[in-house]
Ligand binder design. Structure first.
Ligand SMILES: Nc1nc2c(ncn2[C@@H]2O[C@H](COP(=O)(O)OP(=O)(O)OP(=O)(O)O)[C@@H](O)[C@H]2O)c(=O)[nH]1
Ligand SMILES: [Mg+2]
Length: 244
């Protein structure tokens, strides 16, 4: 049984796509926070128009209405399917709408869409296909101590598994070139953090990191619980590493 990716392959880089930039926000019960996140999206990055797409994953609150009022397009799952499923839905929709690049971040205000250009630059200049905003290479305003330790331990594990010197395996702010977005497969509905990175690196897409700013959510509820997190992620990663 494999516990690491086989040695890295790289594919010939695809030309940079033309078209707009999409910021996707997976959202579950973020009515009080989502509009402020949308408001921080610049109208353009590097000369490209930006659009905001919110995937409302069965929220019981007013998330969809508040996001629409703030100017985003809203896709609704109707029922709660999970963060991985929501990002999968949003990436497919952005690709269908002609995105040159698809970025996504939490809808709870922990990440700043004002920093989108940092993630966009390597992609729109043709230097990378998959860019992760690293909190540990950037500035962390507030992160609970047990979260910090958990993030560092899981990052170290992913670094070994993916054979990539990454510094933030669980970042919630990422961007994909159009080519990477077309081929990305999120292997389970639960989340995307590890499975998306393994998927894109195993397909030979070029990885890059940029420093970003992070501060812990000021309201609402986190869905992350370590026990259920590991029970969901570990079997899926092992299946990814050991395809039939
Ligand atoms: N689609 C979907 N999104 C979710 C679900 N649970 C949370 N989210 C959203 O996914 C993003 C990340 O979830 P969080 O709970 O913030 O996860 P986290 O950032 O690791 O945890 P915190 O640091 O505590 O916020 C947020 O925008 C949530 O609204 C869910 O079941 N489905
Ligand atoms: Mg969050």
């Amino acid at each position: 049984m494999r516990i690491r990716l086989s040695h890295r392959t790289t594919r010939p880089p695809c030309p940079v796509a033309s078209g707009p930039v999409y910021l996707l926000l997976p959202a579950h019960d973020e009515a009080d926070r989502v509009a402020a996140v949308i408001d921080r999206l610049p109208a353009q990055v590097l000369g490209r128009e930006t659009y905001c797409l919110v995937v409302d994953d069965g929220s019981a609150d007013d998330t969809a209405r508040r996001a629409t009022a703030a100017g985003a397009s809203v896709l609704s799952h109707g029922a709660n399917r999970g963060l991985g499923a929501a990002v999968r839905t949003g990436i497919a929709e952005a690709v269908a709408r002609g995105a040159a690049m698809v970025a996504f971040c939490d809808a709870d205000g922990e990440y700043d869409p004002g920093e989108l250009e940092r993630l966009a630059q390597p992609i729109l200049e043709g230097a990378a296909d998959y860019v992760v905003g690293s909190r540990f290479a950037g500035r962390i305003g507030d992160m609970r101590p047990h979260r910090r330790i958990g993030n560092l331990v899981l990052t170290r594990a992913l670094r070994l598994v993916a054979r990539t010197p990454l510094t933030d395996g669980q970042s919630g702010f990422r961007a994909l070139s159009r080519a990477a977005a077309v081929e990305a497969e999120i292997a389970h509905d639960y989340n995307y953090a590890q499975v998306l990175t393994i998927d894109l690196i195993s397909k030979g897409f070029r990885y890059a990191e940029v420093p970003i700013t992070y501060s812990f959510r000021e309201g609402g509820h986190s869905f992350v619980r370590l026990g259920s997190y590991l029970r969901a992620v570990i079997p899926t990663v092992l299946r990814q590493l050991n395809p039939p």
